[in-house]
Design a protein around this ligand. Structure first.
Ligand SMILES: *[C@@H]1O[C@H](CO)[C@@H](O)[C@H](O)[C@H]1NC(C)=O
Ligand SMILES: *[C@@H]1O[C@H](CO)[C@@H](O)[C@H](O)[C@H]1NC(C)=O
Ligand SMILES: *[C@@H]1O[C@H](CO)[C@@H](O)[C@H](O)[C@H]1NC(C)=O
Ligand SMILES: *[C@@H]1O[C@H](CO)[C@@H](O)[C@H](O)[C@H]1NC(C)=O
Ligand SMILES: *[C@@H]1O[C@H](CO)[C@@H](O)[C@H](O)[C@H]1NC(C)=O
Length: 477
């Protein structure tokens, strides 16, 4: 992987770099044989689940950072080659400053993709550079249309120990051409690609990068365990179609923290499969902690639970977050035919400004993968706890629509102060087919959530989920 050009460069700069290298190596504890620090990035510190013994730069594989040359082959060859180091301390691939145009590529285990500040991975708009992959088993079809899907730009399946990070480098999905074609109905039998999708994997980290203009969803870990998503800036036009920020889907033990999302769809959408396909696969999303999220999404939710929730969603904690100019803060979306459950949901310390609805539950989110869903598969929505929140400039406090003969129960709302917008609705709480309690909430709550006599707070777990106790290591490129 070491081109003659690189060796020459290294030789030329060796005298200057030597002091810095010794420091880096001593601090990181790298063996002395690891002398291939990329000069452009020498000494950048970052935090990761694991550090790597081997380092390469994408230019080692002939990539050209001019924003025009396709580097698809370079990315694919680099990762295939670096995958050979998996059993020997793993490898990191550095993307240095420049614009690196590429089609879809696959990750490998014990691997770190490091996107340096000033570097942009630019998604190709040539559809032939995007392999087609099968629908997810828990969806039965693509989300946009019946049939298969374009692979995500960065795709990984059946991996362990994989890190996508940087010091705020960028991935630019160049989504506009996909959005236009989608709106024109040109994808009748295939689904648009996501930016990052990781399936069936353990120990996944996605952190400290900026994602812009995804063709569709941005970050989609599905059927994964032990996932850390942190320090992401996710930006897309607020009218772009389905540009969800982060969608943990049938995953266990996930931490999402310190993310900033402005998008055309839900900032975070928690999922677990769609109708009969999701019921059949039956993998819930559980043990999920979301904290310090900042969300702007005028037409969607800060955190959505569903609408695909057929494998179940349980034990979700949301705290210390800010939603501005967002349609609703937390929204539960489900329908007859979904089955599954949304239960043991806990949210506290959320600050909101300019909200259409603060709380929204929708029992009639009737999008189905096909007409074979089971009308007897009723979702269970119970033990939903919201406390310690403020919201300014609110149009409507809450729309809580349960399902007839399948009410949403165990709803608890305490210590929430909402102040109304100049053009607020006359009816602030519209509740049907729900049951629960409230305490110290303004404006006054609907009669189905009666005020409890003595002051009380809704539950929030005192324990942590396991991934919150994982300490990241200090690594270097
Ligand atoms: C990535 O892996 C998937 C699943 O194994 C495969 O279908 C796809 O073609 C691979 N993509 C590339 C670019 O090799
Ligand atoms: C990945 O893991 C899943 C679940 O264990 C399995 O069904 C699938 O066959 C695996 N795929 C590959 C490409 O190994
Ligand atoms: C990363 O870059 C984005 C886009 O330029 C910027 O908005 C954000 O503040 C940066 N984040 C950090 C931590 O530097
Ligand atoms: C309050 O909300 C309205 C929409 O209801 C919006 O047009 C207005 O800009 C908001 N005011 C402030 C001060 O943010
Ligand atoms: C209250 O919600 C119900 C159920 O969604 C709806 O049918 C009704 O129109 C709503 N009432 C008002 C005044 O918005």
């Amino acid at each position: 992987m070491e081109s003659s050009l690189r060796s020459r460069n290294l030789k030329m700069i060796r005298p200057k770099l030597f002091g810095a290298l010794v420091v880096v190596l001593a601090v990181s504890g790298f063996p002395a044989t690891e002398s291939r620090q990329p000069s452009a990035a020498a000494g950048i510190e970052y935090s990761a689940l694991n550090c790597r013994k081997h380092t390469a730069v994408i230019t080692d594989f002939g990539a050209v950072g001019d924003g025009k040359t396709s580097n698809t082959k370079a990315f694919r060859e680099a990762i295939t080659k670096l995958g050979q180091s998996a059993a020997d301390g793993g490898a990191q691939l550095v993307i240095p400053p420049g614009k690196w145009l590429t089609g879809s590529f696959n990750l490998t285990s014990h691997f770190t993709l490091f996107i340096q500040k000033g570097a942009t991975i630019l998604a190709s708009q040539d559809e032939s550079e995007w392999p087609v992959v099968a629908p997810l088993p828990s969806y039965g079809r693509g989300r946009d249309a019946p049939g298969p899907r374009f692979s995500s730009l960065i795709y990984g399946t059946n991996l362990t120990d994989v890190v996508i990070t940087g010091n705020n480098g960028t991935i630019d999905g160049q989504g506009k051409s996909w959005w236009v074609k989608f709106r024109n109905g040109e994808y009748k039998s295939i689904t648009r690609p996501y930016l990052i999708e990781i399936l069936f994997s353990d120990n996944v980290q996605i952190s400290d990068i900026t994602l812009i203009d995804s063709p569709s969803w941005n970050v989609h870990p599905v059927y994964c365990n032990n996932v850390i998503v942190k320090g992401l800036t996710i930006l897309a036009p607020i009218d772009s179609p389905n540009t969800d920020g982060i969608d943990p889907d049938s995953c266990k033990n996930t931490l999402i923290e310190d993310c900033y999302v402005v998008s055309g769809d839900d900032c975070i959408a928690v999922k677990s499969g769609w109708d009969q396909y999701g019921i059949q696969v039956g993998i819930p999303t559980q043990q999920l902690s979301i904290r310090r999220l900042t969300c702007i999404s005028p037409d969607s939710a800060g955190v959505a639970l569903g609408s695909e929730m057929s494998g179940g969603i349980k034990d979700v904690r949301i705290e210390d977050s800010t939603m501005i100019n967002t349609q609703s803060a937390i929204r539960i979306k489900t329908a007859v035919g979904r089955g599954g459950y949304v239960k043991d949901i806990f949210a506290r310390k959320i600050t909101m400004k300019t909200m259409k609805y603060v709380f929204w539950m929708s029992g009639a989110y009737n999008q189905h993968p096909d007409d074979k869903f089971d009308p007897k598969a009723l979702p269970v929505v119970t033990n939903i706890n919201y406390r310690d929140m403020t919201a300014e400039n609110v149009t409507m406090a809450a729309r809580l629509d349960g399902i007839e003969k399948d009410p949403f129960t165990g709803i608890c709302i305490s210590n929430v102060k909402m102040t109304l917008a100049p053009k607020a609705k006359d009816l602030q709480w519209n509740c049907t087919d729900v049951a629960g309690v409230s305490n110290r909430v303004e404006p006054p709550v609907c009669s189905l959530l009666p005020e409890k006599g003595s002051p009380m707070d809704c539950d929030f777990p005192a324990d942590k989920i396991p991934i919150e106790s994982v300490e990241l290591k200090k690594c270097y490129v």
